[in-house]
Design a protein around this ligand. Sequence first.
Ligand SMILES: [Fe+2]
Ligand SMILES: [Fe+2]
Length: 296
Amino acid sequence: MDKINSETLDRAQRRTETERLLSNIKSLPLIPKMMFEVTKFLQSPAPTTSGLARLVGRDQGLTAKILSVANSPLYGLQRKVTSLEFAIIVLGYKEISDIVSALSLAESIKSTSDKYFNHDEFWLHSMVVGSAAKGIAQNLGHMDLGSDAFVAGMLHELGIQLMHKYMHRQFEDICRKVWQQEESFSGAELDTLGMTHQELGKFLAERWNLPVVLCDTLSHHHSPGELNPRSVLAAVVHLADYMTQKLKIANVYWDENMQLDPSIVDTLQLSSQENLEKFILEYKDLFIETVFTIRM
Ligand SMILES: [Fe+2]
Ligand SMILES: [Fe+2]
């Protein structure tokens, strides 16, 4: 058998093993309690700003994160938000509820740092991509995306979290291969698991019953052009993620050498590749300031 055929066969076998492993995980996180309670509260007959602030405010860590997102220069709010109550007034119930969902879903699958995974860097990368996706969508006139861009950006690497937490040995194998420069991250993923973190992210997002457009964004955040029809949400998240590499700010090693999918020039109506390069550079200071705001 030639090398390519045996490689394809190996990967197919690995994939079957990974699928079996995924279906046997008994302890996948459920919908977080806070997300559930906020949704229920907002469906009550007369939700109030102070009531919502009281509910969310019970979790101080979450409150601090909401404020740092809302105040991050990339997110694009015109005013500084100093309290949860004021954040609810400025952003509205739906957007606050979306931010709570994204942050608590990411938190529900968090794991501790180790040699190949730095939790703080991971969190920073996710927050920056989420905030940038939201700000860029708004800047390009896609107001209809609302806070979905933040949610999708915040959760785009869900598959990495899943892999790190539930397939730890395989995660370490993949990272070792990448660190020893044997392979690219996606090549090592395919050789070890027969699938990529994009697919793993989609798997978990589907388990959580997240909207299809979000699941598709997770599975195509490296290749939005493969989606038919094209998705503005996936294009924006891809661009925000690519920018962390290009600008070398809040970048992570599993995204290294990430190629820009040229289809987004069209999807986001950026007129030309040169325009896109210019657009990216204009964001540099906002990325730097956002990292500073989130790290505070
Ligand atoms: Fe990724
Ligand atoms: Fe990323």
